[in-house]
Design a protein around this ligand. Structure first.
Ligand code: CTP
Ligand code: CA
Length: 222
């Protein structure tokens, strides 16, 4: 069992977690999205719940079953995810931003299915930046304790540390997504936990075990 000895660390805490990808519509049958299975976010939700927390999981479209005893809020787009996060953020003690939020959405969503233009080999889509959900929470005057994730393929620690500072959060989980067998869609993950004064390189482990480890580390300082 991956459950730690001191299982009720998070009793009386409300933990809000975002998970999965977001989908940004191009037309009624197409969207832009990110690679994300949702496994890490759902593992965090399950672990937080088993550690005694009240859990709200705000999830983009994924193919996994939600853990029991948590509140699941399903969304599609980044804007919907932001709206659901802001609805609940004032009651939240710990915010964990695990979602792979699409950085851009289409500037216009076509009402009807786009037709292929046989005489035009190039299609140009205009994209517009999505709101940064985690940075928005990080700017709140009475913000919760905030944990972010950083998916990187190079300069992993350095980029993650920059995000920690720029998003004004407490911890960031740095994830090298260029390696096979960790990160995207895999059952295992290998990350480095980074705070303003600590760096903890963890060994490769299951996402379930990692979920407990992340929460225990957060609890130790919260
Ligand atoms: N995030 C968010 N809203 C966005 C983009 C990212 O809440 N619109 C959150 C993610 O959930 C994650 C953290 O910000 O916790 C970092 O996401 P990441 O994609 O690694 O970083 P970005 O700031 O989007 O920068 P880039 O993709 O250019 O590396
Ligand atoms: Ca991004």
């Amino acid at each position: 069992d991956d459950k730690p000895a001191d299982a009720l660390f998070l009793q009386s805490k409300h933990v809000v977690i975002t998970a999965g990808p977001t989908e940004e519509l191009i037309d009624p049958v197409r969207f832009i999205s990110n690679k994300s299975s949702g496994k890490m976010g759902y593992a965090l939700a399950e672990a937080a719940s088993k550690m005694g927390a009240k859990v709200t999981l705000i999830s983009g479209p994924v193919n996994i079953e939600a853990p029991k005893n948590i509140q699941l809020v399903k969304v599609q787009s980044a804007k919907q995810m932001l709206q659901q996060v802001m609805n609940i953020i004032n009651e939240c003690d710990i915010f964990i931003s695990c979602a792979a939020v699409a950085d851009y959405a289409c500037s216009q969503v076509s009402e009807h299915k786009l037709k292929k233009q046989n005489d035009q080999p190039i299609l140009t889509l205009e994209l517009i930046k999505n709101p940064d959900i985690l940075a928005t929470v990080g700017k709140l005057p009475s913000k919760p304790f905030c944990v972010g994730f950083a998916a990187e393929t190079q300069n992993v620690e350095q980029y993650a540390r920059t995000k920690l500072v720029q998003k004004n959060i407490d911890w960031i989980v740095a994830n090298d997504v260029s390696k096979e067998g960790i990160g995207f869609n895999s059952d295992d993950n290998q990350v480095t936990l980074i705070s303003h004064d600590k760096t903890m390189k963890l060994k490769k482990m299951t996402k379930q075990k990692l979920a407990y480890t992340i929460l225990e580390t957060v609890c130790a300082v919260n």
